[in-house]
Design a protein around this ligand. Sequence first.
Ligand SMILES: Cc1ncc(COP(=O)(O)O)c(C=O)c1O
Length: 403
Amino acid sequence: MKYNFDEIVNRRNTYSLKWDGGELIKAIGFTERYDSETIPLFTADMDLPVPQPIIDALHKTVDHRIFGYSVFPDEYYESIQHWFKKRHDWKISREEIVYSPGTVHALNVAVKALTKPGDGVIIQRPVYPPFTAAVEGNGRVVQNNALKCDSEGNYTIDFEDFESKAKEETTTMFILCNPHNPAGRIFTQEELKRLSDICEEHNVLIVADEIHGDLIRKNQTFYPIAKVANNTDHILTCTAINKTFNVAGLHCTNVVISNPDIRKIFSEAMGMHLPSPFTVSALIAAYNEGADWLEQLKEYLDETMEYVKNFFAKNLPTVKVSIPEGTYVMWLDFRGYGLSSKEVHDRIYNKANVVLEDGELFGEEGEGFQRICIPSPRPIIKEALERISLQFQDVESEILLKS
Ligand SMILES: Cc1ncc(COP(=O)(O)O)c(C=O)c1O
């Protein structure tokens, strides 16, 4: 079936964090302004309807009329195994799969169960803020192996620094984000193998958050670290339908852990989580029947990214924008204006009335950047960009005059 991703579905009054969560996001300090005219492009969920097979499966579950305690049927595990084998050539055994109601929850459980208070945990900033929270919030210490950014906005790993941090006696875990949010990198097989080898050598566990792994540009290939590593005994991988199929509200992450001892510790710390019947039916439908939708979605996201890049090149050429290899977030570099981060924030959030995410929330390396989530109907993205553009025309003209 052909999907129309340009269709605007009104999400207000649907308990949406993005569209109804103004009070919450003001309280946590993301924005001062949030009203009925705000365009929210901050959180990573899509304003796009999910694949029809998921909707049909959920209808079927509703039609049962009874929503009691549920279990994971064989089909649940088989669907996961089939998806990862077919799409990523990654063979997962059924017993390796541990359910978690969320990825952030899984990261926190892993940190608490598999490291000790005071241990060092490597993360690669600028990075999705809950990584820092999972480390510091649990009394562990961030070892920041900051990504290196060149003048074109390309991010690479500082391996020398990584190894020196991994070598430290107190470093016991590395939380990998691949594809990387917000830097947009999909790490190569060589990079992943090198990271895995260093961690294996220095007894550092890897928790790989790969939940953006299906959301990659058409010309890209994503490699799960557990597939390219020599040995997977030190690797836990978070996979999810949440991002791929826009069902974050259904709470479905599956953590793949091949090492039985680590799996036991992690599972015990996780405790018993029975699934919602909606989660089970959605996952089976998504992984068995959602591929066609995903291919169409990827095309739409690629086109939107081209649109965003071209829009900035034409209207605000001082803002550096590159198309990420993976994820549906774009990382906009506003530093060329020489404005303070506060001033950039004020122009976008208060004056343009568009809510993005300030770069410094991802670590000091993000200072001067803004993250925009683009999986919305293109008319919404266009309006947001036009509003933002109006607020920077004065500084853009000044720069033009000087050149
Ligand atoms: C890299 C990454 N990990 C985890 C999450 C959140 O996942 P969950 O809703 O499963 O906790 C996000 C959401 O934006 C994310 O970008």
